[in-house]
Design a protein around this ligand. Structure first.
Ligand SMILES: Nc1ncnc2c1ncn2[C@@H]1O[C@H](COP(=O)(O)OP(=O)(O)OP(=O)(O)O)[C@@H](O)[C@H]1O
Ligand SMILES: Nc1ccn([C@@H]2O[C@H](COP(=O)(O)O)[C@@H](O)[C@H]2O)c(=O)n1
Length: 236
């Protein structure tokens, strides 16, 4: 189906209510790592919503546009569809894509264009999965305010920058520590200060500061929280 994300057909699937886990947090806090582990453990589908904003940002750049230009960003968002090949590209993982994403993410029309697809994913997880894990910045506050479990994963900006630096080095991408830290601060500021759907914990979110926790400890605490909210235990 090549209908834009903003204009998908209504689902005809039977309505067994899916369990929704919302995981928000700033860049490189570990929410993607955690979300995939939670999805695997509970047999849920996972949507990394940052990929949608990255795809919009990269599309604007490739068209020679400016990601801060509202009209260009909105156009790119309305042209995105679920099977668009850009969504699979490794080019979305670059810092240039991240910065462009955080600029288009401040445009209200962009957020509106991407909203339905995210909500549909949560309500009708692909493959008939009994639940969905969505990670991003506004999942618990805007996209899925009724999610059964909400986590806000965070860490100090210095710890997050160090994690990202190590990740880039593992991938063989040259990076300068001070640049990574400055880029992260700039993205944090844009994401938390924008007028629409800013980065912040939902009032009912479990805030998990991972600065001094490894990925296994974070996973255990998240599983305990999800269990307390849903009564579910991981299958694996
Ligand atoms: N608790 C942790 N301790 C140490 N490193 C971690 C931890 N959790 C994740 N990482 C590592 O930190 C890096 C960033 O993690 P991840 O990509 O999951 O973050 P993210 O919040 O999804 O980032 P982004 O928003 O930029 O996509 C990865 O290299 C990951 O392996
Ligand atoms: N729900 C979301 C998800 C992402 N964004 C914006 O996209 C940028 C990239 O996200 P990553 O999770 O891949 O790092 C991010 O900095 C946000 O600006 C968003 O606004 N809402």
């Amino acid at each position: 189906m090549t209908q834009p994300l903003s204009n998908q057909e209504p689902s005809r699937e039977p309505l067994a209510k899916a369990v929704v886990v919302a995981i928000d947090g700033p860049a490189a806090s570990g929410k993607g790592t955690l979300s995939q582990r939670i999805a695997d453990a509970f047999g849920f589908a996972h949507l990394d919503t940052g990929v949608l904003y990255r795809a919009v940002g990269v599309s604007v750049l490739r068209a020679g546009g400016d990601p801060s230009d509202n009209a260009a960003a909105a156009r790119a968002a309305y042209e995105l569809y679920p099977e668009h090949p850009i969504l699979q590209e490794v080019a979305l993982r670059t810092d240039e894509a991240a910065q462009a994403a955080s600029k288009v993410a401040a445009v209200p029309e962009v957020r509106a264009a991407l909203l339905d697809f995210q909500r549909r994913f949560a309500a009708h997880p692909p493959g008939g999965a009994p639940g969905a894990v969505l990670d991003g910045r506004d999942i618990g506050t805007v996209v899925c305010p009724d999610a059964q479990a909400k986590l806000f994963v965070t860490a100090s900006v210095e710890v997050r920058a160090e994690r990202r630096l190590k990740e880039l080095q593992r991938r063989g991408i040259p990076a300068i520590s001070s640049d990574v830290l400055e880029d992260m601060k700039a993205r944090d500021a844009r994401d938390s200060q924008r007028a629409v759907a800013p980065l912040r914990p939902a009032v009912d979110a479990f805030v998990l500061d991972t600065s001094a926790l490894d990925a296994d400890q974070v996973f255990s605490m998240a599983v305990a929280h999800i269990g307390s909210k849903t009564g579910l235990k991981p299958a694996a």
